[in-house]
Each structure stands twice: as structure tokens, then as C-alpha cells.
Design a protein around this ligand. Structure first.
Ligand SMILES: Nc1ncnc2c1ncn2[C@@H]1O[C@H](COP(=O)(O)OP(=O)(O)O)[C@@H](O)[C@H]1O
Ligand SMILES: CC(=O)OP(=O)(O)O
Ligand SMILES: [Mg+2]
Length: 402
């Protein structure tokens, strides 16, 4: 029997999400998440959907991505669905930075892996974790096709006027300094899913997609094509994130060098790991921030306000870029779950045709849904992202076409 199962590894900076999907009928056999990798209290949640077994949760320290992948392998093995399984057709890997070279799902060989390694300096929190996932999978199953699906791919069609920075062209070209954009797999999946929710032809739709997770990015999508996005050369530009500053005057870097004596690595660490919500109030989980606001915490309030202010600026900017907007779509951990963030981001934008219905917004759920009132000219929607499903589909399409 031809194997039809795809294992997807979405290795993030401090987590690994995974799914095992049977592409013959789309059944999800297992899903899981290893989180807080490298911290004192890591955890692994595993849901063996295929066997109808109980959800399992293990609290144990996962020192690094290798340890996390070993623990995930054990969980899958326990249900007879491990990496050794003959039913596996391929392994699909999320790879964050694909540079200029990778704009399509790509079968991984030594040369491809080398290029992904070369891109580590422009995705320092992500590409190393992606590489660990690839190497581990290759070690256990050298016979299986391993496919890389790149976060940057969807944005590679951005027009030059959005992709280029206004700096000396020769310097920019010599060092491939330009805006690449990230979370593309999510932006692409969510735009297509939103078109279905709106019962509209994707080719006719103008959307603003807000992917608000730990990393966060906005994109302007016209007729299914990305025309602008908030992340740039690296996943540091744009929105305020869990630990990243997003947009900042680049002169802050020179200033900290000259006045505070910080070297480039220290500033890099500051902007990527000690900024954003964590830098502002010591906490990056939006649930905790909301709780602290309810208790009267001023730092949490200001962090929230700065987060929302930046988000609003991007909604306004992309509205202008698109000219006409059919819908604003919220996705990822914060976008899917935080009603206060959605409400605040859209508040005061009635003149732009944007509004949120309080009751619809407050209703939870994990299905795509509209949260704008009937009369709103621009729809507001929540569409749960599914990067793993998208990666599985692209991986399966590539290996079956071989
Ligand atoms: N119920 C919730 N309410 C508000 N925010 C939430 C909720 N659940 C998750 N989040 C936020 O989502 C973030 C994680 O989002 P996710 O998309 O999983 O991020 P990543 O893929 O970057 O790890 C958490 O840090 C937290 O801030
Ligand atoms: C590119 C990026 O920021 O990814 P994540 O949100 O998973 O950190
Ligand atoms: Mg993510």
C-alpha cells in the first residue's frame, strides 16, 4: 500500500508544534505541542486522535529542540505512529527564512540544507530550530522525503516598491537586504479560508490579515497575492510582539552602541528577546496581561495600549495600500482568543466602515466566524490558522507529483 501519512514539524523559537495527518482522507491522527523549550518548566501535550486515546500531558524539562523532538518521537511511538512507521509518506518542515532562493515547497537535500543554514543570521531565533528538526528526522528516516515549506514563500510575490528598503541599491543587492516577510503559510491559508467564510471569490477580495501569536505580523492581500507585510529582512520588523520590539528607529542601535556601549549582539538580544510585551511589562502572555490590567496594573495597561496603537497603525496603512478593504481577519494565539485585542484594534474605525459586535466578539470557539455587525461595510472575522495542515498539503502535493 502506498503510504499516505504526513508528519509536520513546526519548530518555533521555543516550541515545536506537530501533526500527523493521513492525506488519503484528511484524518488528523495526532497533534501536539512541546513548549517552553530550554526553560525550567517545559511541557509536552500530545493528543492521539487516531486511536481515540486520552490527551497526555508531560511536565519535564526539555533542555533543547533535540530533547523536544525525542520526547515527541516517544509519544508517537507509544501509539505505533512514530517516525519508523511504514505508513509515513514524508515529513514536512516549517522553515522560517527561505531567502530569495526558495519560493516554493522544496525537497530537502544537502545543498538545500546548506542554504537554510546560510540564512541563520536573518532568522536567528527560527532557522536553527528548523534545522534541528530536519536533521533529527533525517537521522531516523534517511529513506523518507523531507520537504521544507517556507514562511517567506507567500510574500515573494510582493511588488518591489513594498519589498525594497529605501537604502543604497548596490549595498542592498550585494547583501540581499530587502523585506522578505514571514508567517506566509498562515497568511496564505487564512486568506483562502476567509474567502470561503465570506462566500467570495479569493481573486476579488482585498484583505488585511493580522497574525497575532508570539511573533506577530500583518499583511495586505489583494486577489490572493500579498502586496505588503509588516515583517522585513528578519521577523523583527513591524508589530509589537511577545518579546520583539517590531518597528523602531534604526538609530536606536547606533545610540545604544555609542552611549550605552552595547555591542551589536547585545542590542540584537535586547530587541529580539527583551522587548515587545515582555520588555514593557515583564510578561508576554496576553491572558496574563489582561488579568493584570483588571487588577489595575499600570505597566500591563501601557504595554497593551502600545500593542494596540501599533496594530491600528498597520490597519490604517494597509487600508490605504489596498484602497478598498473587504475584511480584516484575526488569527493565531492572540488573534483567535483575545476579544479585548480585537475590540480595541478596531475601536474608533467606524468611519472606515469597521466595527465589531460585542456579543459575537465575546463568543469563543475554534471555527472561522464573523464578528462584525450586519451593517458593517468592512467585515471583521476570526479565522483559526492551521500552518500544519497547509504544510502537510503542500508536502503531500510535492511528493505525490514526483
Ligand atoms: N485564551 C487566550 N487569550 C489571550 N491570548 C492567548 C490565549 N491563548 C493564547 N494566547 C496568546 O497566544 C500566544 C501564542 O500564540 P501562538 O500563535 O501559539 O504563537 P507562536 O506560534 O508564535 O508560539 C500566547 O503567548 C498568548 O499571548
Ligand atoms: C516568523 C515568526 O515570528 O514565527 P513565530 O511567530 O513562530 O515566532
Ligand atoms: Mg506561530
Amino acid at each position: 500500500m502506498t503510504p499516505t501519512r504526513i508528519l509536520v514539524l513546526n519548530s518555533g523559537s521555543s516550541s515545536v508544534k506537530y501533526q500527523l495527518i493521513d492525506m488519503a482522507d484528511g484524518t488528523r491522527l495526532a497533534t501536539g505541542l512541546a513548549e517552553r523549550i530550554g526553560e525550567e518548566t517545559s511541557a509536552l501535550h500530545h493528543r492521539p486522535l487516531g486511536t481515540g486515546g486520552e490527551e497526555r500531558r508531560r511536565e519535564e524539562r526539555l533542555a533543547d529542540h533535540d530533547a523536544a523532538l525525542a520526547a515527541i518521537g516517544e509519544q508517537l511511538d507509544a501509539d505505533g505512529m512514530g517516525l519508523e512507521s511504514p505508513q509515513l509518506a514524508a515529513i514536512g518542515h516549517r522553515v522560517v527564512h527561505g531567502g530569495l532562493r526558495f519560493t516554493e515547497p522544496t525537497l530537502i537535500d544537502d545543498a538545500v540544507l546548506k542554504e537554510i543554514e546560510r540564512l541563520v543570521p536573518v532568522a536567528p531565533l527560527h532557522n536553527p530550530a528548523n534545522i534541528t528538526g530536519i536533521r533529527t528526522a533525517q537521522r531516523v528516516r534517511p529513506d523518507l522525503p523531507q520537504v521544507a515549506v517556507f514562511d517567506t514563500a507567500f510574500h515573494s510575490a510582493m511588488p518591489e516598491h513594498a519589498a525594497r528598503y529605501a537604502i543604497d541599491v548596490e549595498t542592498a543587492d550585494a547583501h540581499r537586504v530587502r523585506r522578505y516577510g514571514f508567517h506566509g503559510t498562515s497568511h496564505a491559508y487564512v486568506s483562502r479560508r476567509a474567502a470561503r467564510l465570506l462566500e467570495r471569490d479569493p481573486a476579488q477580495l482585498n484583505l488585511i490579515v493580522l497574525h497575532l501569536g508570539n511573533g506577530a505580523s500583518a499583511s495586505a492581500v489583494s486577489g490572493g497575492r500579498c502586496v505588503d507585510t509588516s515583517m522585513g529582512l528578519t521577523p523583527l520588523e513591524g508589530l509589537v510582539m511577545g518579546t520583539r520590539s517590531g518597528d523602531i528607529d534604526p538609530a536606536v542601535v547606533f545610540h545604544l552602541r555609542r552611549v550605552a556601549g552595547m555591542d551589536v549582539d547585545a542590542v540584537d538580544e535586547l530587541l529580539n528577546k527583551r522587548s515587545g510585551l515582555v520588555g514593557l511589562c515583564g510578561e508576554n502572555d496576553m491572558r496574563v496581561i489582561r488579568r493584570r490590567i483588571d487588577e489595575g496594573d499600570e505597566a500591563a495597561r501601557l504595554a497593551f495600549d502600545i500593542y494596540i496603537h501599533r496594530l491600528k497603525k498597520y490597519i490604517g496603512a494597509y487600508y490605504a495600500v489596498l484602497g478598498r478593504v473587504d475584511a480584516v481577519v484575526f488569527t493565531a494565539g492572540v488573534g483567535e482568543n483575545s476579544a479585548p485585542v480585537r475590540e480595541a484594534a478596531v475601536a474608533g474605525l467606524e468611519e472606515l466602515g469597521l466595527a465589531v459586535d460585542g456579543e459575537l466578539n465575546a463568543r469563543g470557539g475554534d471555527v472561522p466566524r464573523l464578528i462584525s455587525p450586519e451593517y458593517a461595510r468592512v467585515k471583521v472575522a476570526v479565522v483559526p490558522t492551521d500552518e500544519e495542515l497547509e504544510i502537510a498539503q503542500q508536502t503531500y502535493a510535492l511528493v505525490t507529483a514526483r
